[in-house]
Each structure stands twice: as C-alpha cells, then as structure tokens.
Design a protein around this ligand. Structure first.
Ligand code: TA6
Length: 303
C-alpha cells in the first residue's frame, strides 16, 4: 500500500485485532505496535526500522536514543537502521547520505501476519527517481521481521534491472546494554578486522571483544554467531546471522557521542552496535533478476 496512504487506512487494511496496530508514533510517523503474548515491539515505516523488541518476561533488548529525530530525510538514532546500498560514506560521492538512502524515508507496508504468538511484518522499497539520483541500480528491497520469543530479520534484495549490481548492506542493530564498559562480545576471536578509528588499519581480534574506548571495527570474512554477555542486565544475547560475511562493532564513546546531536552525551554507555553486514571487499554482486537475502536472529537468555 502506497506511502500516501493514511495511518487510519493502513490500520484498517493491516491491523490484527489485539495483536498488531498501525498508529502515529514519534513525529507522527506511521508505526506498527505489536503486543502479543510472546513479545511487545515496534517497527516504523520510516526506514522499515525496528525501534523496540521486548520478549515476554524480559527487558527491552533494543537501544533507542531519547534524542532521536523523527522526520523524513533523517535517520532514527537507535533501533535497527538498514544501511543500503552503501555503508558509511559513498566511496565516489562524499555528498551522498551516509549509509545509503533507505533509512531516511518511508517504506511501503506489504503485510502483517500472525503465526501462533509470533507476528511477521513485511515492508518494501524500490528504486525510483529519488534513488537513481544517487545510485543507478534498479532494485526491490523487502524487510521481513518476525517478533516473537526470538527476533528474526530478513533483508531481501532483488535486482530488478538489466545490469549487475554491487551493493553493501547492514542491519545496524543498536543493542541496549547495562554499561558498555562491562559487556563482552564473544564469537570474533581470531577474526581479522579493519579499525576505522585507526585509519582502517588491519588488526587481529584476540579473545572476546571488550570495549574501553571509541570502537568502529569491521570484522571480515566471518559467519560466526555472536554472544553479547551483559553482567549488569544479567543476560546473554545470541545473534545468529546468514549470508553475511562481515560484522561491524561500534560505540562512539564520550567524544563521538558529543559530535552526534541526536545522541545524548551519556547515552553511549547504554548501547553497542553489532551489525550483520556485507561491506567493503565483501559487498554483494547481484546479476539481473537475481535475489539475495541476509538474515539475522536475536535471542535472549539469562546469564
Ligand atoms: O556502524 C558504524 C558506523 O559506520 C560508524 O562509522 C558511525 O558512523 C556509525 O556507523 C553511525 O553512523 P550514522 O551515520 O548513523 O551517524
């Protein structure tokens, strides 16, 4: 259903009584609010961005900044932004929006379905005049998210054109943590990474990732699952991914947070980004008509 559709029409068309409702969220932006026996959650049409997931009996898993902007043309700070079709700055065009153009605009609602207590929301976006301004690719992108005792994300891209595409992608997940000083990220031991805080120098990870300063690391050629161990929130977050060969770990720390107007000066302490992705030398090449789906799933367990 088109982006010009009113929230009332979207709700009439897609809502599932008592389980999933389309309503005006922050900034009046259309959002799907889910309240099922398995989880409560929220996903905005703006960027098809998950902004909350709380499995029954557990605390909020996703970090969302209280200083986020909620308007067309701007990215939501927190949640799970989708970076596509490039990551960070566009290599050949510094004026292009960071992390691509799909996180700053409204997607189309495709469907809301229920399977037991799990609810799946699908949204899509495709190439048009506004995307061709930055990138010639013809594409259709679908974000399919299942909210239940597990959070499952699928980012499916189809090359709808007649020429091959080379694209980068990331599910830029902001995890809410007790305190970033005390967490450990397992699953990257022995993996090579590029340190973006040190001129992308190539380094080797030894043991768990422990954050003690600004961190912006791209782990290369890794399919490994991650485990985020959080002693303060007494939980482990298991992140499993598919068709993803890079993992980015990011925290701006104090100094980086001060340069971000949409992140509170102390909020960096309650977040860490762990991003299933395909970036840099692991960008995806897609022939005409071809489709590629990157998947990630998140599960919470007690420590
Ligand atoms: O994922 C890490 C990163 O690429 C960092 O380089 C940093 O820029 C971060 O994303 C946030 O980017 P944003 O454009 O959302 O401010």
């Amino acid at each position: 259903m088109g982006t010009g559709t009113t929230i009332e029409e979207l709700d009439r068309r897609f809502a599932i009584a008592g389980i999933a409702q389309v309503m005006a969220g922050n900034g009046g932006l259309p959002t799907v609010r889910i309240t099922s026996p398995a989880a409560s959650a929220e996903i905005y049409l703006h960027g098809a961005q998950v902004t909350s997931w709380k499995p029954a009996g557990a605390e909020e898993v996703i970090f969302l900044s209280e200083h986020s902007r909620w308007e067309d043309g701007h990215a939501i700070r927190g949640g799970i932004p989708i970076c596509f079709p490039w990551f960070r700055a566009k290599a050949d065009d510094p004026k292009a929006p960071a992390h691509g153009f799909v996180r700053t605009k409204a997607w189309q609602m495709e469907s809301i379905t229920r399977d037991g207590d799990a609810v799946t929301v699908s949204m899509s976006i495709g190439s048009d005049e506004s995307t061709r301004k930055w990138w010639p690719g013809e594409f259709r992108l679908v974000h399919r998210v299942t909210f239940g005792t597990e959070l499952k994300l699928e980012l499916e891209v189809t090359n709808t054109g007649t020429t091959s595409l080379r694209l980068e992608e990331a599910l830029h997940t902001y995890h809410r943590v007790g305190h970033v000083d005390n967490i450990r990220l397992r699953g990257l031991d022995g993996v090579t990474y590029l340190d973006n805080t040190d001129s992308n120098r190539e380094k080797m990870q030894y043991g768990d990732v422990v954050l003690a300063s600004q961190t912006d690391s791209a782990y290369l050629n890794t399919r490994h699952a991650l485990e985020l161990v959080d002693p303060e929130l007494r939980r482990r977050i298991r992140i499993v991914k598919e068709n993803s060969l890079t993992t980015v770990v990011w925290n701006p720390w104090r100094e980086g947070a001060q340069s971000l107007s949409d992140l509170g000066d102390d909020e960096w302490q309650q977040m860490v980004c762990a991003e299933a992705s395909n970036i840099l030398g692991f960008a995806v090449n897609l022939a005409p008509g071809q489709q590629h789906t990157m998947k990630a799933s998140i599960r919470v367990a007690d420590l």
